[in-house]
Write a protein that binds this ligand. Sequence first.
Ligand code: FA5
Length: 355
Amino acid sequence: MDQKIKTVLDDAKSKIESAKVVKDLEQIYIEIFGRNGLVTNLTKQIKDIKPQDRASFGQSVNSAKKEIEEYLEKKRSSLIVSRPSTPIDITAPGKKQQIGHLHLVSQAMEEIAGIFKKLGYSLQSYPEVDWDWYAFESLNMPKNHPARDDWETFFIKGDPPAGGKSYLGNLVLTPHTSNGQVREMERVKEPASPKAASRGGPPIRMINIARCYRRQIDVSHTPMFHQFEGLFIDKNVSIADLKGTFDYFTSHFFGPKRVTRLRPHHFRFTEPSFEVDVTCGVCLGKGCRICKSGWLELGGAGMVHPKVLKAGGIDPQKYNGFAFGWGIERTIAMKTELPDIRLLYQNDLRFLEQF
Ligand code: FA5
């Protein structure tokens, strides 16, 4: 190695060795590799070397440079290990780690699924973009029926399905989780499914939690929301079973002081149909500024219509049952006295952190 290079190498190493703390290495780095640094000046000299020696000189400079860099790194690591650059004040107050948690809607979904699991319901998942057949037609809502208007649906442009399945119609963003009803009936009868093959049909105890979409927005409506749909099919099911199930759910989700009532209603896919109300959490049914009447609407329900059972391949002479579909956001609002469900989707941590 050329004497000049050896001198630079030795000088650089002794500079590095003199560092007491990591910060010292910043200045030493400049002295070695800065604009007028030891190695930089050496590099500048390459052009003045005789052409026949230039290549080997250049190579030696490069290997010296590499050696210095490695030396520098070694020194840095040894200083970090042996001497923290800023002393630790063990008396200083600790910094609280920010720990996230599940969104309020996810928490409610877990809780709801857990309550129905105790009643023997299994959680199923059905498409949130589905065929018209499952969302409407199989639920006794033929094309152009005015009842469809209530669902304020988003339609998806596209070709209808091929292969003789044109009865499925077009695709929609599901406006309710009731599309899972006929799909669940098909699942339990489906011979191709090993689970279902052993069952070959009802009983069904399904809970289906999914996103739904409607062209609606105000304090109690969002264009995307969640529903949970329950479907119970067996032999000799009565309205008393339906009411008992709702009371069980209400007392577990809202607390033992709150009760449900059924109000006659009309849905094309249940007969008879009901709106299910729960007593207000503030006045417990007496009537107050928030609820007016003492009751808050939870969602729809009813005994499954024989036409729907038939569409799902189940004999209505042998089996009957009930179904219900309730909004998760509204259910949360009723539990927490939330004045506007849109708050759930504004992602404001000041709100979300409270739950
Ligand atoms: C239905 O969607 C029926 N499929 C329910 C049903 C299922 C009836 C099974 C009978 C048997 P409805 O349109 O009323 O019904 O909606 C049910 C619930 O979904 C409402 O009570 C409300 O809690 C919630 N909901 C509906 N639209 C919205 C919306 N835009 N934003 C938030 N929640 C909504």
